[in-house]
Design a protein around this ligand. Structure first.
Ligand code: AMP
Length: 125
């Protein structure tokens, strides 16, 4: 698997606003925030998509979600709530092929969270 921009962030080849790091994971602010709080939690291991998570990776992926709650508690937005999202492949809207948990917070978030790319025919009722 080839390196993505997130591997370059892990290896400090490009800068990022890193908010947490341990042996398994890294968390940093999203460069294009979609909410007042928007950061990404990534594994240091290269896993391209949700489809590539193996049985042996379960502890790593669990760690990413544990961290989401841990950071939310420490940053003080756990109680008011937040959203975690992991996009998969084209229809899921994935653009970086190194799995990452989006953590969005700081305002009430709408549902459903997507905007359909297929425009409805305005002539249809
Ligand atoms: P996704 O579309 O789910 O694959 O999410 C990729 C996310 O990575 C997007 O929200 C981007 O804004 C974010 N992103 C891309 N490049 C960087 C970067 N260099 N630093 C921080 N976030 C980035």
């Amino acid at each position: 698997m080839s390196d993505t921009i997130f591997d370059k962030i892990i290896n400090r080849e490009i800068p990022a606003d890193i908010i947490y790091e341990d042996d398994i994971a890294l968390a940093f602010k999203d460069i294009n925030p979609q909410a007042p709080v928007h950061f990404l939690i990534i594994p240091k291991k290269q896993i391209a998509t949700v489809n590539d998570i193996s049985k042996d990776d379960r502890e790593i992926v669990g760690h990413l979600y544990w961290l989401a709650g841990e950071i939310a508690r420490k940053e003080g937005f756990a109680e008011e709530g937040f959203r975690t999202v992991m996009n998969c492949n084209e229809f899921g809207g994935q653009t970086v092929y190194h799995i990452h948990v989006h953590v969005l917070a700081g305002k009430p978030l709408g549902w459903p969270p997507y905007q359909d790319r297929v425009k409805k025919n305005p002539m249809e009722a």
